[in-house]
Design a binder for this molecule. Structure first.
Ligand SMILES: Nc1ncnc2c1ncn2[C@@H]1O[C@H](COP(=O)(O)OP(=O)(O)OP(=O)(O)O)[C@@H](O)[C@H]1O
Ligand SMILES: [Mg+2]
Length: 474
């Protein structure tokens, strides 16, 4: 039962309210009790003062203490309060009404000795709850003073306190029941979106990834949670789409050379009268396609491993200028048949920590593109410099450029730009993975790879690698 947030919230709510209500009741009860006490003490105090003053008046004076006391009582107005006057040894001198001494004598303290001020005692027996107050009155003319005792019933005080207790006993449980009910209903209403979200989330799977959680109130906590979960679903759906796309593209890329190689093999095998040269050239073609296939498989495998988070970097101390120089040297061999010149301007001794083989491959992919997409007799320029605590390698070509539409997509896997597939003077071979791999290498060294400019007169790609990059992120 306590697994439900609704039950837990209601119980907590009730428990806190019960404690607060109990504290409040105790405070109010104490206050009422104190206030009534003050009232009773005030009444008794007034009576005692009146009697004390009456005893001091000259017109009531009599040498006989009984007459003196009786005369004084006649002047006191508080007729509803029983009063008794005793001499200093505790003998009754006068009382009003008759029998008042019976009440006032119930004071446990013996009326002997001299004490000044008001003494009060609560009496719960015999006559019901009463309070008696006693004061010693010093009278200069009398040989000794008097004890004055007055008593008042506590019935109304007790009654008021009982009424307060009954009110609390009825009010508190009633309030608790009401609060419990309202808490139960309110938490139920507040948690409804969470229940709906859970039901909807349970129904979303791979087949209906486009469905989203219902957002009832977008600005409250649950609404924000639903929005965050919807964003998560968006990202998962996008990842799933790109994964499917990747699989489809990879299958397509692998199937084409495979089926061509298979057809070439079948045709060659059927040609039983072929010459040595014919067989050789058929094998050559099959070898070409198999090489292309092998390269594609390697690239796909590498990207898949990178996606799965494999740490495939072999980080070591190296000189970036040497890596760039080696890559340019290798690229020059590719460029000779198109008569493209590759110029290089690098800083000397650029120490760096990274994976030399991967950095070489990144440079080669970029240089290979520059050669592939530049017309014969063009130029490619490679620059390495240090800018704002990062190495910047720019590769600029005088090639065919990249259209506006393609610029955002060339880093996507298997994407091949328009000119690469149709507009180039001769069809340019490739799988569309070179830039994806180059970008992955740059980011795995905590760097970036961007196309910074492109137009009719060529393109510039820039790699930025932080100088202290340790390149060990994937
Ligand atoms: N220097 C460049 N000049 C013009 N277009 C380019 C350049 N570099 C890349 N591109 C465009 O970007 C696309 C993607 O390049 P990417 O290197 O990923 O694939 P690819 O070169 O077609 O194939 P491969 O996988 O063999 O490298 C290319 O098809 C081409 O359209
Ligand atoms: Mg390429």
């Amino acid at each position: 039962m306590f697994d439900s947030i609704r039950v837990r919230l209601t119980v907590w709510h009730l428990a806190i309210l019960a404690v607060l209500q109990a504290l409040l009741c105790v405070c109010i009860y104490d206050y009422i009790s104190f206030h009534l006490n003050q009232q009773v003490n005030g009444i008794l105090g007034n009576v005692l003062t009146s009697v004390d003053q009456a005893l001091g008046k000259p017109e009531v004076w009599n040498a006989d203490p009984q007459v003196h006391a009786a005369n004084a009582l006649k002047l006191v107005k508080h007729t509803e309060t029983p009063i008794a006057i005793y001499d200093a040894t505790g003998n009754l001198m006068a009382e009003r009404p008759s029998g008042a001494a019976h009440i006032t004598h119930l004071v446990e303290r013996p009326l002997t000795g001299t004490y000044v001020g008001t003494e009060s005692e609560n009496l719960q027996e015999h006559l019901g709850a009463r309070r008696v107050a006693v004061r010693f009155s010093v009278q200069p003319r009398a040989s000794a003073g008097y004890f004055i005792a007055a008593s008042t019933s506590l019935f109304s005080r007790v009654d008021e306190l009982r009424t307060a207790r009954i009110a609390f006993l009825i009010r508190v449980p009633f309030m608790l029941v009401l609060t419990g009910l309202s808490g139960w209903i309110l938490t139920g209403r507040s948690l409804t979106p969470a229940v709906l979200m859970a039901e909807r989330a349970r129904s979303i799977g791979a087949d209906n990834m486009s469905e989203r959680l219902t957002v009832l109130h977008p600005y409250d906590e649950l609404g924000r949670l639903a929005l965050a979960l919807n964003e998560l679903l968006d990202r998962l759906a996008a990842a799933s789409v790109s994964e499917r796309q990747f699989m489809a593209d990879a299958a397509h890329e692998l199937r084409t050379p495979l089926s061509i190689a298979q057809t070439a093999t079948t045709v060659t095998l059927m040609n039983t009268d072929g010459t040595f040269e014919e067989y050789r050239s058929a094998l050559q073609a099959i070898d070409n396609y198999l090489q292309r296939l092998s390269r594609s498989v390697n690239d796909v495998f590498r990207l898949a491993r990178a996606d799965a988070g494999f740490k495939s970097l072999h980080v070591e101390d190296l000189y970036l200028d040497e890596v760039v120089f080696d890559a340019v040297k290798a690229a020059r061999m590719l460029a000779t048949h198109k008569n493209i010149t590759i110029g290089i301007s690098t800083m000397e001794s650029c120490p760096y920590r990274g994976d030399e083989a991967l950095l070489h491959e990144m440079m080669l992919n970029l240089l290979e593109n520059s050669i592939k997409y530049t017309r014969p007799c063009g130029n490619v320029t490679v620059k390495l410099m240090n800018n704002a605590n990062a190495y910047e390698i720019s590769i600029t070509d005088t090639g065919i450029g990249i259209s506006e539409v393609d610029r955002d997509r060339i880093f996507q896997r298997f994407y091949r730009g328009g000119p690469a597939t149709m507009l180039a003077p001769q069809k340019v071979e490739g799988t569309g993975l070179g830039l994806s791999i180059a970008q992955w290498i740059a980011t795995s060294h905590l760097g970036t790879l961007e196309l910074t400019s492109s137009g009719q007169h060529g393109s510039t790609f820039v790699v930025r690698l932080p100088c202290n990059g340790d390149g060990a992120t994937t």
